[in-house]
Design a protein around this ligand. Structure first.
Ligand code: FEO
Length: 163
């Protein structure tokens, strides 16, 4: 059964939101690079790739369901932040916002009795638990070490490990 227009349009909006997330994290990656924090920059670059993967998962799903992907302009992300912890404050807030968007998509799928979309979207529900948890964890650590540059560089080295 082909995807309903309402569901298709809502997932198209989410593709835009995921690509915006990718753009935002790439901008954060560039900011960290400029701060000589190449581990954080690497982490953000991985996050950028993960967000493009989220967008492409949705892109493929709409196509598989006989729908049509239509791409919209991606808003420009911020380019400057005060400090590493303010970057991660924004990441945590942004991921909470994305969770609300995903939950809303599930609500639409349920309203339309679109079980295929609901099943597909539940992967993102689980993914958001992880995304929010990781962002909160790094934010807490940055808040704990605020002002301690040695601890910041140790954490930066740890962030280099993400692939
Ligand atoms: Fe695609 Fe970070 O949510």
């Amino acid at each position: 059964m082909a995807i309903a227009k309402e569901m298709q349009d809502a997932i198209n909006e989410q593709i835009n939101a995921e690509l915006y997330s990718a753009y935002l994290y790439l901008s954060m990656s560039s900011w960290f690079e400029d701060q000589n924090l190449s581990g954080f920059s690497n982490w953000m670059r991985c996050q950028y790739l993960e967000e493009t993967m989220h967008a492409m998962k949705m892109y493929n799903f709409v196509n598989e369901r006989g729908g049509r992907v239509t791409l919209k302009p991606i808003a420009g992300p911020e380019v400057d932040w005060e400090a590493p912890d303010t970057v991660f404050e924004q990441v945590a807030e942004h991921e909470a916002h994305v969770t609300a968007l995903i939950n809303n998509l599930v609500t639409i799928a349920r309203k339309l009795n679109d079980y295929a979309s609901e099943s597909f979207l539940l992967w993102f529900v689980d993914e958001q638990v992880e995304e929010e948890d990781t962002a909160d964890d790094i934010l807490t650590r940055l808040q704990m070490i605020k002002g301690d540059n040695n601890a910041l560089y140790t954490l930066d080295t740890e962030m280099k490990g993400r692939v």
